[in-house]
Write a protein that binds this ligand. Structure first.
Ligand code: ADP
Ligand code: MG
Length: 462
């Protein structure tokens, strides 16, 4: 099959890997990889950093090789190099500049079947599948009204509330309902993080004016998790201009956040007041009745009938977050599929017991410190030295943070292990990294790789 292009081959490998790995694993190890060349039985794959390179070489090479040989069995070797992702040259067309770049940049790759490539909407989110209760009825009513009178009633609509309470579901429903009513409407859903990346990229490629005008031609722009917008910089200025442009033409803007505009420190004042000038509405934690109803809908969506005492049991034991509620439900459904019948309440209690009381996976301070040192390419001893060099200080702060989060050591204990440092230094470091984790995508990736590796080495005793 020599007619297969290297891109097609790599696409096939990614497809197989995606099926055989969990979503998180797939995103961690295969996101932003591409084939750069193929010569004499050898294929060169570009990966985003040294850590991924090492991992693919040591852990996945065999699997990748056998998968790639299904396309072309003369291939004997795969080389991994750290290099940039091959990107399409930017074009002055919204769907190319914004969406495809977005797409390459996030783990949506693994969910690509469900997500529309142009609007970024996922059809599974609809008003019909959204359960309304006292915690969200106001938000629901506003969202519905916005979709029926685009740009007229509440503009911008600002939906805020805690994690897993249905914000994304609700605002995506606005997009889907809008398109149902008018299939020609220009709708775009994006997260603030992806928007930031798209804007930075457009500035770099000198197509920012095209991008701005492309956004300004939308009928509905939905920005999810605006709290993650970069600090005081060009990005906000551009987003602000786009908002104004849309507002002047009575085009709709919908925004979500985990807190109200005033409480987002990275948001400039004029942006805060622009957002407050529309409609602010919050979603809260659902009551028991709503939780049961949500479980019922989710079970039906997955083609599974469960007894109401089972649903009630789950809803009673998981209260805060709907995503967790779904996690528990998934376990029960998996059980039903294994048994090929509806599990009874006793069985459900049994499997959820482990889920509810799930102890933190175990690791040791030594493993965490070693992994951090090797990730940043420094010596383990550097972590405990007195050095104030930036290359050392930063990994040390990461190590402090992970010792706290993953090993649950006390602050003084962490200080002691890392060269006798004061507990206030440790607290400061942990807070710094915790904040940065929310705002900095690069750090987030680093942390997820380190965690992955920490737990992997625990799973396989050396
Ligand atoms: P958020 O964006 O607020 O973090 P999501 O919208 O991602 O939360 O919701 C998490 C999960 O819970 C999704 O699968 C969503 O469909 C589901 N969900 C949340 N609220 C509801 C609701 N009222 N009715 C049905 N499903 C809901
Ligand atoms: Mg969300």
């Amino acid at each position: 099959m020599s007619s297969t292009t290297p891109e097609e081959m790599w696409g096939g490998v990614l497809g197989e890997m995606q099926v055989s790995l969990s979503r998180a694993h797939f995103a961690t190890w295969f996101k932003n990889t591409s084939v750069v060349s193929r010569e004499h039985g050898s294929v060169t794959v570009s990966v985003p950093n040294g850590f991924v390179k090492e991992w693919l070489e040591n852990k996945f090479n065999k699997q990748i090789l056998s998968s790639i040989r299904r396309f072309s069995n003369d291939i004997r070797e795969i080389k991994y190099i750290v290099g940039p992702l091959k990107l399409e040259p930017a074009k002055a067309d919204l769907s190319k500049i914004v969406v495809e770049r977005d797409f390459a940049n996030n783990d949506a790759l693994s969910r690509s079947q469900d997500i529309d490539r142009v609007t970024h909407l996922n059809k599974k989110y609809s008003f019909e599948s959204f359960v309304v209760g006292s915690s969200n009825e106001m938000a629901f009513a506003c969202a519905k009204s916005v979709s029926e009178h685009l740009g007229k009633n509440y503009n911008p609509l600002f939906v805020y509330g805690g994690v897993g309470l249905g914000k994304t579901h609700l605002v995506q429903s606005i997009g889907n309902a809008t398109l149902q009513k008018n299939p020609l409407a220009r709708v775009l859903y994006t997260s603030a993080e992806r928007l930031t990346v798209a804007i930075v990229e457009a500035i770099k490629n000198r197509v920012i004016e095209d991008v701005k005008s492309a956004y300004s031609r939308l009928d509905l722009l939905i920005i999810d998790d605006i709290q993650f917008i970069a600090g005081k910089d060009k990005t906000q200025e551009i987003v602000f201009t786009i908002f104004n442009e849309l507002h002047n033409q009575n085009k709709q803007v919908v925004v979500t956040s985990d807190r109200p505009p005033k409480a987002i420190p990275t948001l400039e004042e004029r942006m805060q007041s622009r957002l407050e000038g529309g409609m602010l509405v919050d979603v809260g934690a659902p009551d028991l009745e709503t939780r049961v109803a949500i479980l019922k809908i989710k079970a039906v969506e997955r083609g599974c009938q469960l007894d109401s005492d089972v649903l009630l049991y789950i809803a009673t034991h998981i209260q805060k977050n709907i995503r967790e509620l779904e996690g528990a439900l998934n376990r029960v459904i998996a059980l039903a599929q294994i048994y090929n019948r509806t599990p009874d309440i006793r069985e459900v209690k049994n499997i959820l017991h482990a889920y509810l009381a799930a102890p933190h996976r175990k690791t040791s301070p030594q493993v965490v410190m070693k992994t951090v040192a090797s990730h940043y390419n420094i010596q383990l001893a550097d972590l405990t030295k007195r050095s104030r060099k930036k290359e050392i200080v930063y990994p040390r702060q990461v190590a402090m943070f992970l010792l706290r989060e993953e090993v649950k050591l006390s602050f003084p204990e962490i200080g002691l292990r890392l060269g006798g440092r004061d507990h206030s230094t440790v607290i400061h470091a942990c807070e710094k990294i915790r904040t940065a984790e929310k705002e900095d995508e690069v750090l987030r990736n680093e942390l997820s790789m380190i965690r992955q590796r920490v737990y992997d080495s625990v799973d396989q005793p050396e």
